[in-house]
Design a protein around this ligand. Structure first.
Ligand code: ZN
Length: 94
């Protein structure tokens, strides 16, 4: 059985591990997070970028990080990752 996790622009293709979810998405659910793509093995190299964002966006993302009790960078990374997933989907559809 496959993991049931879905997010904007994608779905998980890992095998289910508990409650219809793979271990990574089971952990996201337990932490009260929205489902987000998991990094594939061997695809976990992170690149460093610097971007300027509005103060309003920064405040929204930082308060989300605070709510979840995670580092700000984790939420920034997720936001960009979701947008990239959406773009990939749009490009695939052309
Ligand atoms: Zn999954």
């Amino acid at each position: 059985m496959e993991c049931n996790a879905k997010w904007e622009g994608g779905a998980c293709d890992r095998d289910a591990w508990a409650k219809g979810l793979c271990s990574g998405h089971y952990q996201q659910q337990r932490r009260g997070q929205d489902y987000a793509p998991l990094r594939k093995a061997g695809d976990n190299t992170l690149e460093m970028i610097g971007v300027r964002i509005t103060r309003e966006d920064k405040q929204v993302l930082e308060s989300e990080a605070q709510r979840r009790g995670v580092d700000d960078s984790e939420v920034y990374r997720e936001a960009i990752s979701r947008y990239a997933a959406r773009l990939r989907k749009e490009l695939d559809g052309r």
